[in-house]
Design a binder for this molecule. Structure first.
Ligand SMILES: Cc1ncc(COP(=O)(O)O)c(C=O)c1O
Length: 635
């Protein structure tokens, strides 16, 4: 039977090259004809005779030479298209999106605003809606909240932007309080009153904040002293005063915390420093089994409450980079109900496309039993509930350039209520109350509402075409993701046998059971109890599967990646558990942490084999690792 995913990739061997070349050529020609037929009556600015001059030919030759130099150098790139590659979060690309991106680049649209990208800005907003539906958000413009998603250059910027929006929304009521106090103008029927305290206003729900913004905006527009209040409000907002002055007026904010898991991606450290929130206010909550759970979050929030520190935002992760774990988002939401409100963001840069496995063609969440078909364990009840809970969080980062299988340069931020963008927008002040049709139009001026400016419309076209060819449900895109999770289940299944086989040489441990499609392995040579020596061994093993710029990649059989988990971020219990499993003394962990070999199982053909009757790539990878381990230890 034909593999249903086979038509959608160029293929490890370039199997679909015929289609790729033909289609690309057809679309390139189509573009050139478009140019020619634009104003065919015009004389071409580059004269035909010029094209035969020496200088002209020299120019072409130089271009060709440099391009050949480039492509020769690129042959030392990582072979991410091949099932021998189990390294970083990248794989072969979906062909529809790849062609869409290459061809759209010829038209060079800039998605900063629709004036320079009349088509692709609309495609980007449609991609945002597709992603929002996949996450379970409502995208009906006639109802609130209506979600909005847009593309970013990657997960890092999407995370920055989420925190930027969170800061804006959470601090908005305090700015209203300040402006009303200064002017003596109080908007009726809103939670900001002369008796309001900072703490009380910081505890408002996101929806309440946005409702407040709407009422204030309408008041400013309609009432006689509205313009005066508006001016005061503009100068009271954190965007205008800066965080330092804002915190002078509201001293509690000096130590306003952002809670992230202890093992959070380093983009969060960048985000807090960028926004002036300060690395010291990034509170790292210890994870258990590679996950931040409700109990740990509740404990951390309780301590902050006792210290009188407000919480700006909490970050949950749906698909951790180091462990392939998915947090119990439902538990984080339950904890949020017990505490003063905070912005709940989910960093699903890695796992963001997994919900495709959970949705039917109409976008409804399938029952867990239906999702389970074809898997051994996935999804656990916990993972199922976590996925369903995504619909209730404030914002989600999703990276199409990871599990969306599009070229790099495509992250995404999806917010549950698009009105929050109005708080940071750089346009007309009174836009809060515009009717839905007008809303639809004004968000097309994307650059005014988001962190980035000029951005490639080609990335939007790539995502859009992929999502049209393979809609974001279980029967289409979900198949690709299901394949990836199934491969991981097979790989994890093989680990005990590999552990047995290697028992005379090393202890092999999966420190964190993965929830999806990424698994890390830790090694310790038998008899060794030192972390340093175990890490040194791990690094030597990794050298057998890493890419070196000075080595042809063809010399390597397989490719993996690595990560280091900081043990002091895990909590004592976890360190003890991992130490016991690896038979390592982790009592005084050094700061280098524990070195792990990381395997990302994206390639759809990892379960196929290099030849008839041969073991699959995944099995061959393990045999290769086993051989290398023995070689290293026997040496
Ligand atoms: C969980 C998580 N968040 C954020 C990022 C940053 O994404 P990007 O590299 O696209 O900026 C990554 C990247 O691996 C990630 O895994």
């Amino acid at each position: 039977m034909t593999d249903p995913l086979a038509p959608f990739f160029l293929g490890a061997y370039g199997e679909n090259n015929d289609f790729f070349e033909k289609t690309l050529l057809e679309l390139v020609r189509d573009h050139v004809f478009w140019r020619r037929n634009f104003h065919p009556e015009d004389e071409p600015p580059i004269g035909t005779h010029d094209q035969y001059t020496r200088a002209y030919l020299d120019g072409l030759a130089r271009t060709r030479h440099e391009l050949h130099q480039l492509t020769a150098a690129l042959k030392r790139s990582i072979p991410s298209f091949h099932p021998r590659y189990l390294g970083h979060m990248v794989s072969d690309l979906l062909l529809p999106g790849l062609i869409a991106q290459l061809v759209t680049t010829l038209y060079n649209p800039n998605n900063i605003v629709e004036d320079v990208a009349p088509i692709t800005v609309q495609l980007e907003l449609e991609v945002g809606r597709q992603l929002a539906r996949m996450l379970g958000f409502s995208v009906d413009p006639a109802k609130e909240p209506c979600a909005l998603g847009h593309l970013t250059s990657g997960g890092t910027v999407a995370n920055d932007e989420a925190l930027w929006l969170a800061r804006s929304a959470r601090l908005y009521p305090l700015a209203v309080l300040h402006a009303s106090t200064a002017t003596g103008i109080w908007v009726p029927d809103v939670p900001v009153r002369p008796s309001s305290s900072d703490i009380e206003l910081l505890a408002l729900e996101s929806e309440e904040v946005l409702a407040l913004a709407r009422r204030v905006s309408s008041f400013c527009r309609r009432e006689p002293r509205g313009a005066e209040l508006f001016r005061a409000l503009t100068t009271s907002r954190v965007e205008e005063t800066g965080l330092a002055s804002f915190a002078e007026r509201h001293p509690r904010l000096r130590r306003m915390a952002v809670l992230v898991p202890g093992t959070a991606h380093y983009s969060w450290h960048k985000a807090v420093s960028l926004l002036g929130l300060g690395g010291a206010n990034l509170v790292e909550v210890p994870v258990r089994q590679g996950r931040l759970d409700g109990a740990a979050l509740g404990g951390a929030l309780e301590s902050l409450r006792r210290e009188g520190r407000p919480v700006l935002a909490v970050v949950g992760v749906y698909g951790t980079t180091e462990f392939g774990t998915l947090y119990s988002i439902h538990e984080l939401l339950a904890v949020r109900r017990r505490f003063p409100r905070f912005w709940l963001h989910v960093d699903a840069a890695w796992g963001g496309y997994l919900p495709t496995v959970f949705r039917d063609r109409k976008g409804h969440l399938l029952p867990r039993e239906a999702v389970r078909e074809g898997f051994q364990q996935f999804p656990s009840e916990r993972v199922y509930r976590a996925t369903a809970a995504l619909a209730e969080v404030d914002s989600v980062t999703v990276d199409p350039h990871k599990l969306g299988f599009v070229p790099f340069g495509a992250g995404a931020l999806v917010v549950r209520n698009r009105r929050v963008l109005d708080l940071v927008q750089q346009e007309a002040p009174y836009v809060f109350t515009s009717p839905p049709e007008e809303d639809e139009r004004r968000y097309r001026k994307l650059g005014r509402y988001i962190l980035e400016g000029s951005k490639p419309g080609a990335a939007a076209a790539a995502c859009y075409v992929n999502h049209r060819v393979l809609p974001l449900d279980r029967d289409h895109f979900g198949r690709l993701l299901a394949r990836s999770v199934q491969t991981c289940e097979r790989l994890v299944d093989r680990i005990p046998a590999l552990g047995q086989e290697l028992a005379p040489w090393v202890r092999l441990v999966v420190p964190f059971e993965p929830d999806c499609n990424l698994v890390c392995l830790a090694f310790n040579p038998v008899g060794n109890r030192s972390l340093k020596a175990a890490n040194a061994f791990g690094r030597r093993l990794f050298e057998t599967v890493d890419v070196r710029p000075d080595q042809p990649v063809q010399l390597k059989e397989f490719f993996g990646s690595s990560t280091t988990v900081a043990l002091d971020h895990l909590g004592a219990e976890e360190v003890e558990r991992i130490g016991a499993a690896l038979q390592l003394d982790l009592g005084h962990p050094d700061h280098s942490g524990l070195f792990l070999l990381r395997n990302t199982l994206m390639n759809p053909w990892l379960q196929s084999s290099p030849g008839p009757g041969e073991p699959s790539y995944v099995e061959a990878y393990f045999s290769y690792l086993a051989r290398q381990i023995r070689l290293l230890l026997e040496r």
